[in-house]
Design a protein around this ligand. Structure first.
Ligand code: NAP
Length: 338
């Protein structure tokens, strides 16, 4: 018997923010749960689907490049979901087991076997969930799925937290942020958190954050100045909030770049680390004096210099420097001697 198999379709490319007609439900499709061919794979009834900020980036014209492929217009969208297996033609997954992973957003899906492995789909493998504590299955697209893992991994590894340090997190009431707050408290960190409404502020306070503010009504830099400096910044938003965090960074601060605004850094897994030249003198000065003059003398190394002759040219030289009029190293030469 064929039954309805509703799906979420990318209906319209949004101009700015998505609206009610960007993603729509298409109820025209049907499926026969007993007869649909599985091609060596599994039939899954989907239980919960994740909605994430990154999906906005996929709602673009197909010819605009991006990190993930654009959603095909008029077709079903994909993302993280959790479901229960209704039928299986593979020994890898049993009926009634639950799976989590990257799936098409529709009520029933067939995941065919790919290279004999029904769990491999779109390069993001499906996982069988072992729900030891009988938690609601929907939790696996949130706290126990991508959002929770993002908070956990980012904090645990990239931030290298030490008890007693101060962590600042933005979008602190969001899917990732509110978990960062709690994981950080559990690690013994002092937590400063920002979010976009007074109601969110109370909520995040109730999760144990030490200082929470509404960035729309107070000045972020001033808050961080008063309650920082910031040893760890878990950035979910980029922009002016990131700048305020940089202004109020502690020595050797670690910034976990999670949000979209600096996405290129995420794409290339860039680590940012502050450099103070003098930290490295002991280690490298001798080598420097050996290598660099030799290469300069042999012509292997080129030096770009913008020389100003005479002390009275200092003003002009400095303005040039600050307005980008210099080319190479700006030097005020008082006496030219070899
Ligand atoms: N790097 C990764 O692997 C990875 C994985 C997951 C998520 N992420 C990123 O982490 C960030 C948080 O994700 P999430 O899933 O936790 O999302 P979320 O909970 O839905 O957080 C979204 C929140 O961001 C704030 N916001 C919305 N529009 C904004 C804007 N234009 N400028 C500044 N803030 C804005 C809002 O909170 P306020 O009201 O408090 O402003 C909103 O509630 C996103 O940027 C997401 O793309 C990255």
């Amino acid at each position: 018997m064929r039954i309805s198999n509703p799906r979420i379709v990318f209906n319209e490319i949004p101009n700015g923010l998505p609206n009610a007609t960007t993603l729509v439900v298409d109820g025209a499709q049907t499926i026969d749960l007993d007869e649909v061919p599985l091609q060596g794979g599994i039939l899954v009834k989907v239980l919960a689907l994740s909605l994430d900020p990154y999906m906005r980036n996929r709602m673009r014209p197909a010819d605009v490049p991006g990190d993930m492929p654009a959603f095909p217009l008029g077709d079903v969208v994909t993302g993280f979901g959790v479901g229960v297996v209704l039928r299986s033609e593979t020994s890898l997954v049993n009926v009634d087991e639950h799976v989590y992973g990257f799936i098409a957003y529709q009520r029933y899906i067939v995941i065919p076997s790919i290279n004999g492995n029904a769990l491999d789909m779109e390069g993001l493998g499906l996982q069988i969930i072992h729900n030891k504590y009988n938690l609601p299955w929907r939790y696996y697209v949130g706290i126990l799925g991508m959002s929770g893992q993002t908070a956990y991994y980012g904090l645990k590894d990239i931030s290298r937290p030490k008890a007693g340090e101060t962590l600042f997190v933005s979008a602190a009431s969001g899917a990732v942020g509110h978990l960062v707050v709690q994981f950080a408290k559990a690690l013994g960190l002092k937590v400063i958190a920002s979010c976009g409404s007074d109601q969110k502020v109370s909520l995040v306070k109730s999760l144990g954050a030490d200082h929470v503010f509404n960035y729309k009504t107070v000045d972020t830099a001033a808050e961080l100045k008063q309650h920082g400096p910031v040893d760890i910044y878990f950035d979910n938003v980029g922009g002016p909030t990131l700048e305020a965090a940089i202004e109020n960074a502690a020595q050797k601060a670690r910034f976990v770049l999670c949000g979209m605004n600096l996405w290129l850094l995420n794409r290339y897994r860039v680590k940012m680390e502050g450099l103070i030249m003098t930290d490295w003198i002991d280690k490298y000065l001798e080598e420097f004096h050996e290598v660099v003059p030799r290469n300069l003398a042999s012509g292997k190394l080129k030096y770009l210099e913008h020389a100003y002759y005479g002390m009275d040219r200092v003003g002009e030289a400095f303005v040039d420097l600050l307005t980008g009029m210099n080319v190479g190293k700006s030097v005020l030469v008082l006496e030219d001697a070899v």
